[in-house]
Design a protein around this ligand. Structure first.
Ligand SMILES: [Zn+2]
Ligand SMILES: [Zn+2]
Ligand SMILES: [Zn+2]
Length: 459
């Protein structure tokens, strides 16, 4: 039940003479939980005469501001905007598989694989696996060894899908926290080296000098990082072979699915990143884990284009918070024991802060990315010529909204060539007050933010 203060805010909003206008703004944010407030002016001038044709100011909007969607990709921050991002990512990935959004349908005939690159093991963790619909015991060991910390390294439990221990080490003191955060920190570089090795190996298999490779073949990809429960990232990627002009050009006949699979296997096993020795600890060589999953994507096959696009889009809106860390930056000065997180995440964060203090590892920027458990890459990325861009999809939507506003008489229709538009905007805060949030949820039919994570409240 909302308290008296919240209720008073809610009632005041309902009685505001500008309520209808406020509600219209909220409707246009599409249920954004933390809309950005903008203050500003837009003026339309006649280019020939300099005459002011139309002037819009937020001065007369409710509270003197325009509320626009936050456009975050992260579902933990705003469900509604993350859903827009997810849908865009889905269309972007799918266009690269079957065409559409400016990509020809012939792209569907190009060799294309769905590849999962994993992290190596950093110690045994509680897991849930199923075989033939039955849950298997976690790590059952007869006559299991006892680790140096006195723990028996065995677990015969058949874990439930939501059990908190999943992803947590059987012995936290044996677990290689250093390796785990260093792997996350170097994963983007491992990926970059993987794509280079992939091109080189394809050139070699084709008998082409590497410098001539791009004149015959372009390797396109779209990838997403998924956090495993143990707190390391895996990469899922669509990897496609195109002709020299990208998706519009057919790949050469010699570039087969088998050749691509072979080259992926070779490149994944070949690349490493070396971390220098620090503070008496030896140098480390980091590489992908031994589990490499390679599957063809086909229209009628087991793994469809819709499934792949859906999979990548789903993970594109997530981040490390899924493994129980925090959705904000953490500083070295902070008392980690006071953070409301699980012990495994706390130790991963502590390791980021510890390693981040070494000069030799400064490039890995482990302190600012401690809340991401060391991973500082983009969650989803694509090569330049994979398909369309999120920007293009957004522009198409903006143009659609503009056409609709002109159609409904909200925006005057001017000829763009003869009109000069001058806009001045400034940031004026974000979020909704608790009372406004209740009304906004009712207006847009979205769930109320949880009381522990109210997201803002300034106005
Ligand atoms: Zn939002
Ligand atoms: Zn277990
Ligand atoms: Zn141990």
């Amino acid at each position: 039940m909302p308290n008296a203060h919240i209720l008073a805010g809610l009632i005041a909003r309902l009685h505001d003479p500008q309520y209808a206008r406020w509600a219209a703004q909220i409707r246009r944010t599409g249920g954004c939980r933390q809309p950005i407030h903008l203050r500003g002016v837009v003026e339309h001038y006649d280019r020939a005469t300099g005459r002011l044709l139309h002037r819009y100011s937020t001065h007369r909007e409710p509270d003197g501001v325009l509320r626009v969607p936050c456009k975050t990709r992260r579902a933990s921050r705003c469900q509604a905007c993350a859903e827009v991002y997810r849908a865009d990512t889905y269309h972007l990935v799918r266009a690269g598989l079957v065409g559409g959004k400016g990509v020809p349908e012939s792209v569907a005939s190009h060799p294309c694989l769905f590849v999962t690159l994993t992290a190596p093991s950093f110690g045994l963790v509680h897991t849930r696996r199923e075989r033939n619909g039955k849950v298997l015991p976690c790590h059952p060991r007869r006559n299991a060894a006892t680790c140096p910390h006195g723990r028996v390294i065995s677990c015969a439990a058949r874990h439930g899908a939501d059990e908190e221990c999943l992803g947590e080490p059987l012995c936290p003191d044996c677990y290689d926290y250093t390796g785990s955060v260093l792997f996350n920190a170097t994963a983007p570089e491992l990926w970059r080296r993987f794509t280079m090795a992939l091109r080189r190996h394809l050139a070699k298999l084709a008998g082409l000098p590497f410098k001539d490779f791009a004149a015959h073949l372009v390797v396109s990809f779209a990838k997403v990082a998924e956090y495993q429960r143990r707190g390391v990232v895996h990469f899922h990627a669509v990897i496609r072979l195109d002709g020299p002009d990208g998706p519009t050009s057919a790949s050469p006949d010699w570039a087969t699915l088998d050749m691509l699979a072979h080259a992926v296997r070779h490149a994944a096993a070949a690349v490493t990143v070396t971390i220098p020795a620090i503070n008496g600890e030896p140098a480390r060589i980091l590489r992908w884990g031994g589990q490499l999953d390679i599957q063809p994507i086909s229209l009628g096959g087991e793994l469809t284009d819709e499934a792949v696009a859906g999979y990548i889009a789903k993970y594109a809106t997530k981040a490390a918070e899924c493994v129980g860390t925090l959705d904000r930056r953490i500083t070295s000065a902070e008392d980690l024991t006071a953070l409301p997180i699980r012990e495994h995440a706390r130790r991963l964060i502590a390791e980021c802060l510890r390693l981040g203090s070494f000069e030799e590892l400064a490039d890995l920027r482990l302190v600012p990315w401690a809340h991401m458990l060391g991973f500082r890459g983009h969650v989803s990325t694509k090569s330049r010529r994979y398909s369309t861009t999120l920007g293009a999809l957004r522009a198409a939507r903006t143009a659609h909204v503009r056409a609709e506003q002109i159609g409904t008489g909200r925006l005057p229709l001017f000829d763009e060539d003869t009109v000069l538009v001058i806009a001045r905007w400034e940031y004026a805060g974000r979020g909704l007050s608790a009372g406004d949030a209740i009304l906004a949820a009712a207006i847009t039919g979205t769930p109320l933010p949880s009381p522990t994570n109210p997201n803002g409240g300034e106005s």
